[in-house]
Design a protein around this ligand. Structure first.
Ligand code: PLP
Length: 388
């Protein structure tokens, strides 16, 4: 490839994520139903779009402070945290989606060789970010029998004095849909306090819980506010993935250095989008319509899966993913997804893309409409019946 010789060794080693690779293949085919994509398919609620137009008309067309617009940091403090006012505006910074919050965190926290514990299976980009910033992503195994719950004793067992810096958790979880219980979080919090571990809590799916489940934030537990950075965004909750607005809330020194890092790397998030995001946060009821749409799709997807002999599933209570067990079909998760796409034109993501504990599972996102999900489940059933 032209220009290769100028790349740093780290950049030369960068690879395309497994999810993108599946999409690239599907794009060349017709009549495909995608249950691959981790993005709400519905448009952003109209009042938020109108608020953006209003922001532009009012002159929100300039650079904003590196930490974001004051009015948005206020709105996050009041309406965007696990508890109102849990962090003050000066403990909050606005970022270009949650991804930018995570990458700034890795940039300001990690010395070479520092370890960050992450769940396995887990969303792909964490390990890539940690490793690019010189850290080591330590995978904490979770088991299908518990619905991929993270256990406090696993955290303790992977702690290395002088090396472990942080624990990165994600609940509701991508890819498993697991929602951590209060009891599990209390035990994890106890270990983190005892061993002086910083917690990074990615709560981007926090509004998407079903069947009475509660998305508890570890930051709300005793003694945890001061050792937790909450990461969140409007992407999933408000169907605003393309707006690229997220935020981080946590100890002042960390937020302060993240803002300074932002000054050097990206300047800040889009001004008019920040203005609209403040409106969105002040209208939390808009997230309920989106949650309700996913709750209905989830029911359709679960109903379809339940009727497929050989398919096993611990019903996940959050996000918009199912993570069924496909081990009965004698294929690796990659083979399963490749053949499902080729034979039935349905996109799923191999569990192995999310870590070694994901092998034997596939991630199915119920981000298409209910009619398409029903059709995808019929195709999946036909595919599975041939193999059982
Ligand atoms: N965190 C998790 C667990 C995700 O699944 C995603 C997107 O898929 C993100 C963060 C990124 O969100 P954002 O669009 O806010 O950057």
């Amino acid at each position: 490839m032209n220009g290769e010789k100028w790349l740093s060794a780290k950049a030369a080693a960068l690879e395309q994520g497994a999810i993108r690779a599946v999409f690239d293949k599907a794009r060349k085919m017709e009549n495909v139903i995608s249950m691959g994509i981790g993005e709400p398919d519905m448009p952003t609620p109209e009042p938020i779009c109108r608020a953006c137009a209003e922001g532009l008309a009012k002159g929100f067309t300039h650079y904003t402070p590196n930490a974001g617009l004051g009015l948005l940091r206020e709105a996050v403090s009041r309406y965007g945290l696990p508890e109102p006012g849990l962090y003050a505006p000066h403990e909050i910074m606005i970022t270009i989606g949650a991804m930018n919050a995570l990458s700034l965190l890795m940039l300001v926290l990690l010395e070479p060789g520092d370890q960050v514990m992450i769940q396995d299976p887990q969303w792909l980009n964490y390990a890539a970010q940690i490793e690019y910033c010189g850290g080591v992503a330590v995978k904490l195994p979770t088991e299908p029998e518990t619905g991929f719950a993270l256990d406090a004793e696993t955290v303790r067992a992977h702690y290395v004095p002088g090396k472990t810096k942080a624990l990165l958790i994600n609940s509701p979880n991508n890819p498993t849909g697991h929602v951590m219980t209060r009891e599990a979080l209390e035990k994890i919090a106890e270990v983190c306090r005892e061993l002086d571990i910083l917690v990074l809590s990615d709560e981007v799916y926090g509004t998407l819980v079903y069947d009475g489940a509660e998305a508890v934030s570890i930051a709300t537990l005793p003694g945890m506010r001061e050792r937790t950075v909450v990461i969140n965004s409007l992407s999933k909750a408000y169907a605003m993935c393309g707006w690229r607005i997220g935020y981080a809330a946590g100890p002042e020194a960390i937020i302060d250095r993240m803002s300074k890092m932002q000054e050097n790397f990206n300047s800040g998030a889009n001004a008019a989008a920040q203005y609209a995001a403040a409106y969105a946060l002040e209208h939390r009821e808009l997230t309920e319509q989106i949650r309700e749409a996913f709750a209905q799709r989830r029911r359709v997807a679960l109903e379809g899966l339940k009727n497929i002999p050989g398919m096993k599933l611990v019903e996940p209570k959050g996000a918009f993913y199912l993570f069924p067990d496909i081990r009965a079909f004698g294929l690796s998760s990659k083979e399963f997804c490749d053949r499902l796409l080729e034979e039935e034109r349905v996109v799923g993501v191999p569990g192995s893309a999310f870590g070694s504990k994901g092998e034997g599972f596939i991630r199915m996102a119920y981000t298409a409409d209910a009619v398409k999900i029903r059709e995808a489940m019929e195709r999946l059933a036909r595919f599975c019946e041939k193999r059982i």
